[in-house]
Design a protein around this ligand. Structure first.
Ligand SMILES: [Zn+2]
Length: 426
């Protein structure tokens, strides 16, 4: 048997193990926020990977956002060095899952299996991908014990809340540097035949309009911050949205609707605060003296952040010039620059070749509308040879009755094992 046939047979033989591992991971309820059970899942992965010959480190990102003695941010980095020098291939998965939400028909932490699908919160995003990378690495080690280089597998905290207690922290500590790691695969659920090269950029900001409080029966004695914000919203509709729709990207973003600049108005608050849920009285009659919106602007690799900010600033200045009494403030909250790995990068061409071998079709190249941990590996780690590739359907992420298909995981494990063989087999 040739190497490809031996690796695929080895993965097929481990199908039940892959199912069991995925179910075990789903049963550890690593909800974030607040960031539960990180230590538990790291200890579980430690036992598994130590038994497979990996050297492991459990690392707490002390002092990062959300870290506390009650909810410590634990990460695991496992490394298995080969018999000869060579490249290091690193599989990075986040271990956290988002809130369960309403609408489930199965136990979200039961790991139930029905008709070839494993259900649970985090099944596709991304415990299925984590399990797939582990089984792929173990199968490769069984077939190619004398490989060169190293394999690393990490399970990291907080991706769903920005990754600051996970990949960002590890990148700052040097775990993702081009000297240490040469190829990174993040098994996010992008589908088994798609390679995700990167993501669009993000800018979050808060805009506040100012007014003057007065009695609600005599609004003419005050100045309504909500009416001023109305003027901002009108200008966003009239001017900004058509402008954003006109900006198209060469990035292969999926879904198609995200192939342009977009902006979501995340929240609006103004005037009297929301009453407590059990409050039964009436609001006080006041003119709103402040109104705030939070905007979530997603931008393209063809745009730059300064220009994105200048569009909004220019729009607000125009309103100020035309509208009596209009004053405002704008505050930056967060930004991430877009990133896109080149199609000629070694990890991209290798995974594309493995997809062709396993699935007998060409790989699709995509870019994610939202960011994920690649941002930290790129910006802090300065490691460009990085993609997201893993089993599962992205649309199911964060939904009720989230699931991952067993056949998809098996196929993806074959792609990952072949990728290891291409990059590391001697
Ligand atoms: Zn994810």
């Amino acid at each position: 048997m040739d190497l490809t046939a031996r690796l695929t047979a080895e993965i097929d033989a481990r199908r039940d193990d892959l199912i069991a591992l995925t179910r075990d991971l789903i049963r550890i309820p690593t909800l974030n926020p607040p960031g539960k059970c990180y230590r538990d899942i790291c200890e579980f992965l430690d036992a598994r990977l130590s038994a497979s010959g990996f050297t492991t480190e459990l690392l707490r990102a002390t002092g990062t956002p959300g870290d506390s003695d009650r909810y410590p941010r634990w990460n695991i980095v496992a490394r298995r060095a080969g018999a000869a020098p060579g490249d290091c291939v690193h599989f990075n998965s986040h271990t956290d899952v988002v809130a369960v939400g309403e609408g489930w028909t199965v136990d979200p932490f039961g790991g139930e299996i029905q008709q070839g699908r494993i259900y649970g919160r985090g099944a596709c995003d991304m415990k299925g991908g984590l399990a797939t990378s582990i089984v792929a690495a173990e199968a490769f080690l069984a077939v190619c014990p004398d490989f060169g280089g190293a394999i690393e597998i990490s399970g990291t905290a907080d991706e769903e809340t920005g990754g600051y207690g996970g990949v960002a922290w590890l990148s700052e500590k040097g775990y993702f540097s081009p000297e240490k790691v040469q190829h990174v695969i993040i098994p996010e659920p992008l589908n088994k035949d798609r390679i995700c090269l990167g993501h669009r950029g993000v800018w979050w900001a808060e805009i506040e309009t100012h007014g003057r409080i007065a009695h609600g029966s005599m609004p003419f004695l005050g100045d309504s911050a909500i009416r001023h914000m109305g003027a901002v919203l009108e200008e966003i509709e009239r001017y900004l949205y058509p402008l954003l729709a006109s900006k198209r990207t060469e990035m292969p973003v999926v879904p198609e609707g995200a192939r342009q600049s977009t902006m979501n108005i995340n929240s609006i608050h103004g005037g009297a605060p929301e009453p407590e849920a059990d409050f039964t009285g009436f609001p006080a009659a006041c003119v709103a003296d402040r109104c705030r919106i939070v905007i979530d602007r997603r931008f393209l690799i063809e745009e730059d952040l300064a220009e994105v900010k200048a569009e909004i600033a220019g729009m607000l200045e125009r309103i100020r010039a035309e509208r009596p009494g209009f004053t405002y403030e704008i505050r930056d909250l967060w930004d991430v620059t877009p990133t896109m790995t080149e199609r000629e990068a070694p990890v991209v061409t290798t995974v594309a070749g493995a997809i062709e071998t396993v699935l007998a079709r060409q790989a699709d190249y995509v870019v994610s509308p939202g960011t994920y941990d690649q941002k930290h590996i790129d910006r802090i780690g300065r490691l460009k040879n990085c993609i997201a590739y893993g089993p599962g359907i992205l649309d199911l992420a964060h939904q009720p009755d989230e699931w991952v298909g067993v056949d998809d995981m098996v196929d993806s494990a074959k792609v990952m094992a072949l990728t290891l063989a291409e990059l590391l087999a001697t």
